[in-house]
Ligand binder design. Structure first.
Ligand code: NAD
Ligand code: WQD
Length: 349
């Protein structure tokens, strides 16, 4: 079966995508510097596949290293050719992703995100590996509260992290245009990925201090935080708290398999697709669902609005639904139950 290079594949989205790809018969070569993940995740993926008996037919490999090390990367591509198992396609997750850190240390973000992508693309080009799925983000859009965001929404990121995502999309497009018959490229613009594998074994485990809603919720559940601070209750939304499009991590991972299949059937391609559910939920609705479904109380208080937040960010996902053999199937119930299961179970493994 074709070998997929999964950069950043031990991180939150990449690790779940390993499962999705292997279930569908692909072999997966993960490369990761472990800057925001650990080797444990490699063991967890293998444990899950073998012990929990997820049916799979693909094989899994791992090499530790930084994408910016072009010589190392060159050797990986060379080695795969020498053993007659060349890299067929790339899913490019590897990136730094903290909005706050990108504001305080923009050069670190430009170096990590742009130089790693340039290194990857130059080696792909050299070895004639021309299929890539890129992890982009809804953060590239100028938020509009009045309607869902489609792929033509004006782009205006408001932080260095978002600027690197938009820039990488431009780099990819320039490369595509340099030889339009050769490249097959998809930018998947994720909305808010949340939840965990339903085994409770894989989930989000950032090394740095999280600022996203679900990892903070997790801290409240574990008693590491007394209460959740909700950023504002005077937004122009249904209940005054911000609305987001939360997509279950397993649905999101499956979109990568669908994206590879879509590319396989195209002569060449450069396209951007929104990956979200198309449904918005407010922070209060999340708390209500989470506490009711898991039978726990989530103490919270309202605080000032967070700088840079928008009232509502919801995907118009109709293009992805039309072009990919994919649709999100998980519910908010799945998100809350799986997230809680992982939070409470991960201490045991
Ligand atoms: P993550 O931090 O959990 O995973 C990223 C992985 O990349 C980590 O394992 C890290 O160690 C690795 N990595 C980073 N820089 C590297 C480098 N130079 N060389 C090799 N490995 C490197 O993040 P995630 O949530 O899984 O996100 C994956 C991708 O999706 C990222 O590109 C992120 O920007 C994008 N994205 C994430 C979200 C989200 O909310 N999680 C939303 C939109 C887009
Ligand atoms: C969700 C909602 C907060 C924490 C971020 C990045 C974006 C993308 C996804 C990568 C918001 C509210 C949160 C808290 C709260 N990442 N909240 N109290 O801001 O939509 O997007 O992650 O590409 O680039 O900006 O997600 O999880 O931070 O917040 O009230 O302690 O929860 O105001 O409405 P966001 P988030």
């Amino acid at each position: 079966m074709a070998l997929i290079l999964n950069t950043g594949g031990l991180g939150y989205i990449g690790s779940h995508t390993c499962i999705s790809l292997m279930k569908n018969g692909f072999d997966v070569l993960v490369i990761d510097s472990l800057v925001n993940s650990s080797r444990n995740n490699f063991e967890r993926i293998k444990y899950l596949l073998n012990e929990i008996k997820v049916p799979y037919s693909g094989k899994l490999f791992f090499e530790e290293g930084d994408l910016r090390d072009t010589t190392w990367l060159d050797n990986i591509f060379k080695k795969q050719i020498s053993i007659n198992n060349p890299i067929d396609s790339v899913i490019h997750f590897a990136s730094l992703k903290s909005v706050e850190e990108s504001v305080s240390n923009p050069l670190k973000y430009w170096d990590a995100n742009i130089n790693s992508t340039l290194s990857l693309l130059s080696i792909m080009d050299k070895f004639n590996c021309n299929k890539i799925v890129f992890s982009s983000s809804a953060t590239v859009y100028k938020a509009r509260d009045d309607k869902k965001l489609d792929e033509n929404t004006f782009q205006e990121p408001i932080n260095p992290y978002g600027n690197t995502k938009m820039t990488i999309e431009k780099i990819l497009k320039d490369l595509y245009l340099s030889d339009a018959s050769k490249w097959k490229m998809i930018n998947l613009r994720y909305f808010n990925p949340v939840g965990a594998h339903d085994s409770g074994i894989l989930g989000e485990e950032p090394k740095s201090n999280p600022t996203n809603l679900f990892p903070i919720l997790e801290k409240v559940v574990l008693g590491e935080l007394e209460e959740l601070s909700i950023f504002g209750n005077d937004w122009p939304t249904k209940d005054g708290t911000c609305v987001r499009d939360y997509i279950h991590i397993v649905d999101l991972s499956d979109a990568h398999f669908a994206a590879l299949k879509f590319l396989e059937n195209k002569p060449s391609q450069y396209i951007s697709l929104n990956i979200g559910t198309g449904n918005g939920l407010s922070v209060l609705e999340i708390i209500e669902n989470y506490s009711k479904l898991n039978n726990i109380s989530i103490p919270y208080k309202f605080v000032e609005r967070r700088k840079g937040d928008a009232a509502s960010v919801v995907a118009d996902n109709s293009l992805a639904l039309k072009l990919l053999e994919w649709r999100p199937v998980k519910t908010i119930e799945d998100i809350c139950l799986d997230s809680f299961r992982y939070t409470t179970k991960k201490l045991l493994i």
